[in-house]
Design a protein around this ligand. Structure first.
Ligand SMILES: NC(=O)c1ccc[n+]([C@@H]2O[C@H](COP(=O)([O-])OP(=O)(O)OC[C@H]3O[C@@H](n4cnc5c(N)ncnc54)[C@H](OP(=O)(O)O)[C@@H]3O)[C@@H](O)[C@H]2O)c1
Length: 328
């Protein structure tokens, strides 16, 4: 039996201290799966929210012990009997499932249908950063906010909150591929960074104007990609155009209630809960944009697998600029 290093947890809770370094069997690919030797893995907040037990009502994770993280890049070392689109030696990006995870390890199995070829121009870390964060940004903008990323749509004013984070930094860049004016919020230290991503105006969220989400140019927003938590509807409301939509990426009981009330009272301004659904098409779309130089993955920091708990703690801390990467 081939063994590999992995980092996993045995129960809900525990944070970084709940992660254990173990030696386990290298998984075997099923007929429609590929076995990937991992080079880079990115962390998303959902990974540690699952450890906290916040997704227990959705039966996540399926089993303990659980090896967390789903957004991975590496090289295929074995393929299942029915795999058609890939061969051993291919460099790929893949999205694993939240049910079974598998990213914090030297090897992982991925479904062929959630695997995409990685162009040589895109590094493993730049690729691994993309799946959940990049596709949340893209799909919130296109499916809910109605932005056309080929630039053909009508001009829209977009607000991106927490624009320095994983989702936010992609949302600013992708919104600017469309016909948009982008206002963004972030901390003071990241204002120049977020302007560099293409934001037209940037608010420091710790100032009164920033906390009130007031556009410096007096614009009202047609859509908000809300990448943070704790902003109430009454703060959004005065800043919105008549038919605006606020995309809620972190729904909770209170925001779901507000969203339902907006809907049943036929409010023109809507709050829409959104959960990303990663598909291979999306992975290929974002990889192509990065290859073409139209989108960049900003890496906050890189940690070896031996320091995975430090990467985990940094993500939980919530102050990353761009994406946190672990390199097995
Ligand atoms: N629904 C979905 O499908 C989906 C998918 C992906 C993510 N999400 C959720 O979306 C949220 C964002 O995810 P993420 O990966 O982008 O997180 P992240 O990378 O951890 O976000 C960190 C960034 O947020 C900034 N920030 C924190 N509070 C802020 C505030 N009040 N105003 C402005 N900026 C603020 C921080 O800046 P400072 O360091 O300056 O504080 C930091 O740069 C998470 O709650 C995540 O669970 C949902």
């Amino acid at each position: 039996m081939n063994l590999m290093q992995a980092v996993r947890y045995d129960a809900y809770g525990g944070g970084p201290a709940g992660l254990k370094h173990v030696e386990v069997a290298v998984p075997s690919p099923k007929a429609n799966e590929v076995l990937i030797k991992l080079e880079a893995v990115s962390i998303n907040p959902i990974d540690w929210k699952i450890q906290k037990g916040l997704l227990r009502p959705l039966f996540l994770p399926r089993t303990f012990p659980h090896i967390p993280c789903t957004d991975v890049a590496g090289e295929i070392v074995e393929i299942g009997t029915q795999v058609k689109d890939f061969k051993v030696g291919d460099q790929v990006l893949a999205k694993l499932t939240h049910q079974y995870g598998g990213g914090f390890a030297e090897f992982a199995v991925a479904s062929e249908s959630l695997t995409a070829a990685r162009p040589s121009e895109v590094s493993a870390a730049e690729a691994a950063a993309l799946p959940i964060a990049g596709l949340t940004a893209r799909d919130a903008l296109t499916q809910i906010a109605g932005v056309k990323l080929d630039g053909t749509g009508q001009l829209k004013n977009i607000l991106v909150t927490a624009a320095s984070g994983g989702v936010g930094h992609y949302a600013v860049q992708l919104a600017k591929l469309g016909n948009t004016h982008v206002t963004a919020t972030c901390g003071a230290r990241n204002i120049d960074f977020v302007k560099g991503l293409g934001a037209d105006e940037v608010l420091d969220y710790r100032t009164p104007e920033g906390a009130a989400l007031k556009s410096p140019s007096g614009r009202k927003y047609d859509a908000v990609i809300n990448c943070t938590t704790g902003i109430s509807w009454s703060t959004f409301d005065p800043n919105l155009t008549e038919k605006a939509v606020v995309v809620d990426l972190t729904p909770n009981a209170s925001s779901l209630w507000t969203a339902a009330m907006k809907k049943i009272t036929f409010s023109k301004k809507q709050l829409v809960p959104f959960f990303v659904n990663v598909q291979r098409e999306g992975l290929e779309y974002l990889l192509q944009l990065v290859k073409d130089g139209k989108l960049k993955s900003v890496i906050d920091s890189k940690f070896p697998l031996s320091k995975a708990e430090d990467a985990w703690a940094k993500s939980i801390d919530g102050h990353a600029t761009g994406k946190i990467i672990v390199e097995p």
